[in-house]
Design a protein around this ligand. Structure first.
Ligand code: NAD
Length: 323
């Protein structure tokens, strides 16, 4: 018995659709994010199924343990929302979907860059109003620009490949664990993060959120970037100190920013239209900048990715059951 937390019915629908008949897996859709209040709804389930915006800290894991929940199946790659050491002490197994569609996120990141440099979003709004004037819509070519990737795992390398091979950008990267195949992707490593910050026209974040990467973009790192740099974050909100970002936007140091992820996502992430989406002060302030392009953590959201998420989650649950 699996309690599927979330605010999207299609998560449980896609699991039910893909589950082989006779597997014994049964799902309950819990239309709420997992938190200290909703955790009791996991009662009478062996497993819970979560996404990045659910909270699964030590106290919640202790309650889950008392309720008899043995497994946490994440429908996502990142696991920064789960206290893994507490889970292991309580003998709660945590599984995840390590790679459902790195292509989906890489293509989205490149789309975000294109949107910003060619102002698609502004042009679209204008044309809808019958306004075909072009003033204010002058863009820049990507060809020949230096793009800096922070993190060259699955998504970073694919993003690099599209930019290097498709747009002929000069793609440089920083990663403490460099990939041996980066060359094939058209990606060249620099020695230090500072090198990358100083040289890039566009910087795209593709590293996970960990203790060492939290606020990797802060006042200091922003000040090392070229004036007029474009910053893209499709990775995790906590990589950027949002107040520092707002300061750099205000001073004009940043030319433009593309964000798919935010520090306090659970406040408004996947909120329905009746929810107060602008409950967070930083979010409202970001919205006020005309040069910030924002989406609501949708980089992964393709048909192919959703299919992979369901298939891998089901396989993970079946593997756990047979342990
Ligand atoms: P990955 O594990 O394949 O690669 C991450 C890379 O980051 C690794 O090469 C690692 O060495 C590197 N890294 C670690 N610390 C670093 C540091 N301090 N500086 C630079 N690089 C560092 O992960 P991935 O599949 O490429 O995913 C990257 C991130 O994208 C995930 O952690 C996740 O947060 C995010 N993501 C977002 C979405 C979305 O919908 N927006 C979807 C999937 C994943």
């Amino acid at each position: 018995k699996v309690a599927v937390f979330g605010t999207r019915r299609y998560d449980v629908d896609s699991l039910e659709k893909a589950t082989p008949k006779g597997s014994g897996l049964e799902y309950t859709f819990i239309e709420a994010l997992l938190d200290h209040t909703t955790v009791v709804l996991a009662k009478d389930h062996d497993a819970i199924c979560l996404f990045v915006n659910d909270t699964c800290d030590k106290a919640i894991l202790e309650t889950l343990h008392e309720l008899g929940v043995k497994y946490v199946a994440l429908r996502c790659a990142g696991f920064n929302n789960v206290d893994l050491s507490a889970a292991s002490k309580l003998n709660i197994h945590v599984v995840r979907v390590p790679a459902y569609s790195p292509e989906a996120v890489a293509e989205f990141a490149v789309g975000m860059i294109m949107t910003i440099v060619r102002k698609y979003h502004k042009a679209y709004n204008r044309v809808r109003e019958g306004n075909f004037l072009l003033d204010g819509l002058v863009g820049i070519n990507l060809n020949g620009k230096t793009v800096g990737l922070i993190g060259t795992g699955k998504i970073g390398l694919l993003t690099g490949r599209i930019l290097a091979h498709g747009f002929r950008c000069k793609v440089i990267a920083y990663d403490p664990y460099p990939s041996k195949v980066a060359d094939e992707y058209g990606v060249t490593y620099v020695n230090t993060l500072d090198d990358l910050l100083e040289r890039s026209d566009i910087i795209s974040l593709h590293c996970p959120l960990t203790e060492s990467t939290k606020y990797i973009i802060n006042d200091d790192s922003l000040s090392k970037m070229k004036r007029g740099v474009i910053l893209i974050n499709t990775s995790r909100g906590g990589l950027i100190d949002t107040y520092a970002l707002i300061r750099a936007l205000k001073s004009g140091h940043l030319k433009a920013v593309g964000l798919d992820v935010y520090e306090k996502e659970s406040n408004y992430f996947f909120a329905d239209s009746s929810a107060k989406v602008i409950s967070d002060d930083t979010f409202a302030r970001l919205l006020s900048f005309y040069n910030v392009f924002m989406t609501g953590h949708q980089a992964f959201l393709t048909e192919e990715a959703l299919e992979n998420i369901s298939d891998t989650t089901i396989q993970n649950l079946l593997d756990l059951e047979s342990k």
